[in-house]
Structures are given as structure tokens and as C-alpha cells.
Design a protein around this ligand. Structure first.
Ligand SMILES: Cc1ncc(COP(=O)(O)O)c(C=O)c1O
Length: 454
């Protein structure tokens, strides 16, 4: 369905254009659209001038400054390289600062986000025969954390416009073996935590938040990761707070957080007693140093990303062809690991791949994010063939499990509709670059007939 009146305009972010826009009477008058200049009428893919020169938008990522370099040098010279060498090392210091930053009482550092999630599954006593409900639209680390404890990750479909777990489908998937829900705050924007927490309370389930993409983001007065029983973060190199590989668990329950410490410390308590099963998932002091060194600017960068994301969203308002990720009521801010949009092919007349190629030629790199939901990956058949899973779950349950891997919304998002870009660096760029993103999208939209000739 073509929206009339949209073809002659483009998005621009200046006071002048805003003034022009309000003079235009159309269903899109609030969106900041203006007449497109003549020279923009040939797509760069066909030899026209691009909107911007090719190359990354925003500063290179991961972020580096002298304070971080100094912190690494200091740690090297200190010879305190493992967290167990000192209670005042960089890891304990980071744990304290990070907990305060996101509003949790306690934090335990780990070697990755996957390790943080695994630590929580083990600390909550979830194991063989148990089931954990989570999203298929995520990093393999989410699911790996459940598999590592030989529990069963039950994947339920996501909503097409938020890309987050559908709470109705979560509730329908609960059975007597379900022990926990692991919502993923995809792109660092809140899942529907109001519904998920109430479903968990009704069925007496634990909630482990996969907030790996969401440091500092907030929902209904709370930081992501602090709403459920435990929350997990990743500091992998692409994340908004990064140290190469690293992670953290946060929580408010002292005994449970002590158990998390023990699990990630190969089963050894803070006092040195060997009490349980646990791998060695400790964060090391170099990771702690680089994280502690970057904390001073973290909030400012988070706010800049939010301001730029809000700006893009305001510019796309009313544009039915590319719709920003829908946020649930109560979402106060996002970490914007990615800025995601839903591509509506019916408005473009061409497949997403062709649009992505055209917009890239205009100098703006947008992508399709993950290539497939995790329910379509080989690990499913792999675990179904394992002796351990066959011993734990009945043939009927495993058959039903495989049949449940039909998740059409997730398929559609990965195959057809997701358009996104990584926000850690790009959303720190100036407004001129945000305008370039919008103008590139709009230029391709206005000239979409040309795409059909390619
Ligand atoms: C949603 C989500 N969960 C889990 C992980 C795993 O984190 P890590 O790569 O630090 O192990 C990631 C990392 O990309 C992620 O994005």
C-alpha cells in the first residue's frame, strides 16, 4: 500500500526544514519531511552522487582513551593480575562501581556475558530435566548458558515489531519442568518485563534477565538487569561498555549473589571453602582495568546515544515503510546496541537486500542483524541426538520440543524485515550524520522505482 504524498519529500533535521514541513499539509507533517533537491534524484547505485562518502558513522569502536591505556599500564606494573590477589584490585572496584551505575546492590564480574548467564543458571540450581524459556532472536550465548547446565532451552516466538519474547507464548510454554524465564532485552531495549514478571510470579518461576546488550537502559524506574532475580551483561568488544571479552551478573539478593560468586570461582566461596560445582569464569584484572578506566564517560555516551536514537525515531515518525523498534510502555531509555527498524516491503516494492545495497551505496551501512533465529541452527538436532538429553527427557517431550521450533515471527524478522545498525559508535556521531542516515533512507525511498530496474 503506497502512502500518497510521501514520495516528494525527504527528512531533514534543521530548523529551516522543520518550518517548511509544518507548512506542508499531509499525514506526515509532524515528521520533518521536506522537498527533495533535484540533484538527489539518481541513486548512487546507478551512478548518482551519494548522500555521504562511504565509511563508518561515528567514532571507531571499541572506545579507547588515555585513561584506559593508563589503567592497563598501571595494572601491568602492579603485578596484581588476578582478582584473588587483592580485594582492592580493578575487578572488585569495577564490580562495586558497575552495581551502583545500574542500580543493583551487588555485581560479580565474569569472563563474558555467556559466562554470566551460565553462572546464573547454575547458581539457581537449574540442571538436567529442567526447562528455561527464552527467545530465539538472540546471540547463541543466551542458549549456550542453558545447554551448559544440560537444561532444555525452550524457544518461544517474538513479537514482530518489538523483536522481544511474546509473553502470551511464554505462558503457554510453561510446564511442570519449567524453572525460569530468560528474557532478552534485544538491542538494549526492555522486553515486556511487566508481563514477564507477573507470569513468573504466577507460576513461581525465576527470571534471569539477559541484559547483555542493555547496560544503563531503564524501564519503569529500574535499570535493565535489576528487575528479575538476576541480570547479566556482556562487555564483549562490540558492546556499549567493552573490554574485549567480559561480563557481569547483578542482583539484590546477597545469598544468591554469593552463590554466583562461588559458581564462577570454580565452586569455591569467598572464604575459600569448596562447596559446589562451578567452572572458572573469573574476570581478570586487565579486563577490570580497561572497564574501570572507561566508566567516567559511560553515562555521557549513553545519553548521546539516546538523544540520537530519539532524534532518528522522531524523524521516522509516520513513515510506514521503515518503522523503528516498538518500545513497551514504561521504557525510559535504551542502550541501543543496535538501532532496529522493521522493513515493510510492500512500501518499497523490492526485497530488503536490494534496499540495503542501495542505502550502502549512499554511504550508510545498514544490515539485517542475525541471519537466522537460533531455532533453525544445527544445535537443535545435535542435542536431540545426545545420550544425556535422551536420558533426561521422554521421546514424546523431545518430539514436541522439535515441533515447537516453528517460530514464524522470528523467521520473518531475520529473513525479511530487520534493518539495523550497530549503535555503540554510530549513535555517538553528530546530528549531521543522523541526518545523513535519514536522507539516505529517504533518497532510496523516493527513487525506489529505480531499484526495480536493477
Ligand atoms: C543478547 C546477548 N546475550 C548473550 C550474549 C553473550 O555475551 P558474550 O559474547 O559476552 O559471551 C550476547 C553477546 O553478543 C548478546 O548480545
Amino acid at each position: 500500500m503506497k502512502k500518497k504524498g510521501f514520495t516528494r519529500r525527504k527528512f531533514l533535521a534543521t530548523a529551516t526544514t522543520a518550518a517548511i514541513t509544518t507548512a506542508v499539509s499531509s499525514p506526515f507533517a509532524s515528521s520533518g519531511l521536506t522537498l527533495l533537491h533535484k540533484r538527489h534524484n539518481k541513486l548512487a547505485l546507478l551512478g548518482g552522487a551519494p548522500v555521504r562518502p562511504s565509511g563508518p558513522i561515528g567514532p571507531p569502536w571499541p572506545y579507547v582513551d588515555e585513561q584506559m591505556v593508563d589503567a592497563i599500564v598501571k595494572t601491568t606494573r602492579s603485578r596484581v593480575w588476578s582478582r584473588i590477589q587483592s580485594p582492592h584490585g580493578t575487578v572488585p572496584t569495577f564490580e562495586e562501581s558497575f552495581a551502583a551505575l545500574i542500580g543493583a546492590k551487588y555485581s560479580v564480574g565474569t569472563g563474558s556475558g555467556t559466562q554470566a548467564l551460565s553462572t546464573c543458571v547454575e547458581a539457581l540450581g537449574i540442571g538436567p530435566g529442567d526447562e528455561v524459556i527464552t527467545s530465539p532472536y538472540t546471540d547463541m550465548g543466551t542458549i549456550s548458558s542453558i545447554l551448559t547446565s544440560r537444561a532444555l532451552p525452550v524457544l518461544v516466538d517474538v513479537e514482530p515489531d518489538t523483536y522481544q519474547l511474546d509473553p502470551d507464548k511464554v505462558e503457554k510454554s510453561i510446564n511442570k519442568n519449567t524453572k525460569a524465564i530468560m528474557p532478552v532485552h534485544i538491542f538494549g531495549v526492555a522486553a515486556n518485563m511487566e508481563r514477564i514478571m507477573s507470569i513468573a510470579a504466577k507460576h513461581n518461576l525465576k527470571v534471569i534477565e539477559d541484559a547483555c546488550q542493555g547496560p544503563l537502559a531503564r524501564y519503569r524506574g529500574k535499570g535493565l538487569g535489576t528487575i528479575g532475580d538476576l541480570g547479566c551483561f556482556s562487555f564483549q568488544a562490540s558492546k556499549p561498555i567493552a573490554c574485549g571479552e567480559g561480563g557481569a551478573v547483578v542482583g539484590n539478593d546477597e545469598a544468591l549473589m554469593d552463590q554466583c560468586y562461588t559458581v564462577q570461582n570454580h565452586g569455591t566461596t569467598r572464604k575459600g571453602s569448596n562447596t559446589t560445582i562451578g567452572p572458572k569464569y573469573r574476570m581478570n584484572e586487565f579486563e577490570g582495568a580497561i572497564l574501570t578506566g572507561q566508566l567516567p564517560g559511560v553515562r555521557e555516551r549513553f545519553e548521546t546515544r539516546n538523544a540520537n536514537a530519539d532524534y532518528l525515531t522522531s524523524k521516522l515518525k509516520g513513515f510506514a515503510a521503515l518503522v523503528p523498534q516498538r518500545h513497551y510502555p514504561g521504557t525510559e531509555s535504551g542502550a541501543y546496541y543496535h538501532y532496529g527498524m522493521t522493513y515493510h516491503k510492500e512500501h518499497w516494492g523490492v526485497e530488503r537486500a536490494r534496499f540495503l545495497k542501495a542505502v550502502a551505496a549512499e554511504g550508510v551501512g545498514l544490515g539485517a542483524y542475525i541471519k537466522t533465529g537460533l531455532h533453525r541452527e544445527p544445535w537443535v538436532d545435535h542435542i536431540l541426538g545426545l545420550k544425556s538429553y535422551k536420558a533426561m527427557y521422554s521421546p514424546a517431550r523431545l518430539k514436541e520440543y522439535k515441533a515447537g521450533m516453528h517460530l514464524p515471527n522470528c523467521d520473518r524478522i531475520s529473513d525479511e524485515t530487520m534493518v539495523s545498525f550497530a549503535g555503540s559508535g554510530a549513535l555517538l556521531a553528530g546530528r549531521d550524520e543522523m541526518d545523513n542516515i535519514i536522507n539516505a533512507i529517504m533518497k532510496v525511498y523516493e527513487n525506489r522505482e529505480q531499484l526495480k530496474t536493477l
